[in-house]
Write a protein that binds this ligand. Structure first.
Ligand SMILES: *Cc1c(COP(=O)(O)O)cnc(C)c1O
Length: 201
């Protein structure tokens, strides 16, 4: 942030031992953004990360990447932030809301009921509202049984770990879906501000 190099267009020259690039014995070109993506993956355990301007954009791109087309229904939490249904609508989709319990988790019985009522739904954008994790192991199982593609909205859950019953170790949340979207907006776990230095005012 302090360097002012927020974009991919002003890369730094770093030596091999400064970046973990085993394919090169030369000085390689790396932007701060690329280094951030790599550090982010190291932390969350994801294979790839792509930094974009907002989590809303990340969700939109994820929905488009998995094939959401105009008029496709997308399951989502009834209780979440407006960016979530907005990204579904932006991608051309129609949100189908799932009831949440008092702990902000998706109601699994309602999920099963809504699948029966909407057998054509092929996508689910699942939010972890305020860091509360729904029963994602069960949700993923139901998704697989019903040919539903799961995307995780981790805007509130950077740093949250989760352990499925079958596993002995916990992992960083965001590994059940085909993609996980994180936010660095000023109210989230890492604050990268909004529009330059406005977060400082
Ligand atoms: C803030 C938020 C988003 C979107 O994040 P932005 O980076 O502001 O686009 C997505 N989901 C939830 C639950 C949020 O609170």
């Amino acid at each position: 942030m302090q360097s002012g190099h927020l974009f991919r267009y002003n890369p730094l020259f770093l030596s091999e031992n400064q970046v973990n690039d085993t394919n090169s014995d030369q000085t390689v070109l790396y932007s701060d953004v690329a280094l951030f993506e790599q550090e982010f993956c190291d932390y969350t355990g994801h294979q790839y990360a792509v930094a974009v301007n907002s989590c809303g954009s990340a969700m939109f791109l994820a929905l488009k990447a998995v094939g959401v087309e105009h008029g496709d229904k997308v399951f989502s939490n009834a209780f979440t932030f407006t960016a979530v249904p907005s990204s579904i609508v932006h991608a051309g989709g129609i949100p189908v809301y799932l009831e949440c319990n008092a702990d902000y988790q998706v109601d699994i019985d309602d999920f099963r009921k809504k699948i029966k009522e909407n057998p054509d739904v092929r996508y689910f954008l699942l939010s972890y509202m305020r860091g509360h994790i729904s029963d994602v192991g069960e949700i993923k199982k139901i998704c697989d049984e019903n040919n539903i593609c799961l995307i995780e909205d981790c805007a509130h859950s950077l740093g949250v770990r989760w352990r499925d019953e079958k596993d002995s170790e916990s992992v960083h949340i965001g590994h059940h879906g085909i993609a996980a979207c994180f936010s660095a907006q000023s109210n989230k776990l890492i604050n990268a501000g909004e529009r330059g230095d406005s977060c400082n005012r």
